[in-house]
Design a protein. Structure first.
Ligand code: KIV
Length: 297
C-alpha cells in the first residue's frame, strides 16, 4: 500500500491493488477488510478508509434471510457485487464464490469467477477450502484472476463440520490447516482468510506464509482483520459469533426513526409544506374551474 493509502478520507485516495495488499504484509501494516452487499453501505465502507470490501456469501444470512450461506447463488452474488462496485471503487473489491460455483469443475470456477470481474466489477474472488481447492486456485490465478483463499471454519461446509465451530484445535488439525494454507499460497493465492481458529495457530500460519492472513476469530497476530458489516453495526440480531465486535448498535436507532415516521403519518404531521410540491394559484384555480358544472342554455 503506498503512502496515499490506509485510513482517513477515502474517495480521493488511490485504488487499493493486489500488490498493495502483499506490500502491506512486507511492511508490517495491518490490512482491514469489511463485508458489504449494496451501494449505500459500499459508499460508507469506502468513506471509512477500509482497504478491502468483501462481498461475502454471508449475504445469504444477513441480507437474504437464509440460515446458512449454502443456498446463495452466483446470480445473487453478481447482483449484489455489482451494487457494491457502483458504490465504491477505491477499496480492493473481492467477490465470494458461493457454494456450488467452483466445486464441480475447473471450467465452472473459471466461468463464475470471470462473471465477478466482467459483470460485477470485482477485482478478485474468494474461494473456501484447503488442499481440495488448490488446483482450482492455480487455474484461476494462471488465467489472470486474483484469488483470496479461506481456511479454518468454512461456512459452506457447516453441515459437514457440525455447526459454526472453532477449527484446528488439535496439533494435528492445525498442522493440516497450515499445510493447506502453504499449498494455497504456492498455487498463487494473494491472501488467505483464517476463520475461527485458535490464536496461536493463526500466529504460526502468519509467520510461515508470505501472503497476508486476514483473520476473523483468529486472534490479533493475523496480518489483517475482517468482520461482517451487519455484526459490526448491530443490524443482525439472530446470530452473534463470539469474535464479532459490535462497534455501533444501529438496530434501535432504525426502529426509533421508523416509529417517528409511523406516528407523524398517522397524526398528519408528515408530509408538511417542506416536503410537498406547491402549485401556482392560477393553475390551481383553472383546475378547480374545470370541475365546476358548465351552464347550459
Ligand atoms: O462471507 C463472508 O462474509 C466471509 C467472511 C466472514 C470472511 O466469508
Amino acid at each position: 500500500m503506498d503512502a496515499q493509502y490506509g485510513g482517513g478520507t477515502a474517495p480521493q485516495q488511490a485504488k487499493v491493488t493486489v500488490p498493495d495488499v502483499l506490500a502491506a504484509k512486507r511492511a508490517g501494516r495491518k490490512i482491514t477488510m469489511m463485508t458489504a452487499y449494496d451501494t449505500a453501505f459500499a459508499r460508507l465502507v469506502e468513506a471509512s478508509g477500509i482497504d478491502i470490501i468483501l462481498v461475502g456469501d454471508s449475504l445469504g444470512m444477513v441480507v437474504l434471510g437464509y440460515p446458512t450461506t449454502v443456498p446463495v447463488t452466483m446470480d445473487d452474488m453478481v447482483r449484489h457485487a455489482g451494487a457494491v462496485s457502483r458504490g465504491a471503487r477505491r477499496p480492493l473489491l473481492v467477490g465470494d464464490m458461493p457454494f456450488g460455483s467452483y466445486q464441480a469443475a475447473t471450467s465452472d470456477a473459471l466461468h463464475n469467477a470471470a462473471r465477478f470481474l466482467k459483470e460485477a466489477g470485482m477485482d478478485a474472488v474468494k474461494v473456501e477450502g484447503g488442499h481440495e481447492v488448490v488446483e482450482t486456485v492455480r487455474a484461476l490465478v494462471d488465467n489472470g484472476i486474483a484469488v483470496m483463499a479461506h481456511v479454518g471454519l468454512t461456512p459452506q461446509r457447516v453441515a459437514q463440520l457440525g455447526g459454526f465451530k472453532v477449527q484446528a484445535k488439535t496439533g494435528r488439525a492445525a498442522r493440516k490447516l497450515i499445510d493447506d494454507a502453504l499449498a494455497l499460497e504456492d498455487a498463487g493465492a494473494f491472501s488467505i482468510v483464517l476463520e475461527s481458529v485458535p490464536a496461536p495457530v493463526a500466529r504460526l500460519a502468519t509467520e510461515r506464509l508470505s501472503i497476508p492472513t486476514i483473520g476473523i476469530g483468529a486472534g490479533v497476530d493475523c496480518d489483517g482483520q475482517v468482520l461482517v458489516l451487519h455484526d459490526v453495526l448491530g443490524l443482525f440480531g439472530d446470530f452473534k459469533p463470539k469474535f464479532a465486535k459490535r462497534y455501533a448498535d444501529l438496530g434501535p436507532i432504525v426502529i426509533d426513526a421508523l416509529k417517528r415516521f409511523d406516528a407523524d403519518v398517522r397524526e398528519g404531521r408528515f408530509p408538511d409544506a417542506e416536503h410537498s410540491f406547491p402549485m401556482k394559484d392560477t393553475e390551481r384555480q383553472s383546475l378547480e374551474e374545470s370541475f365546476k358544472p358548465r351552464k347550459t342554455g
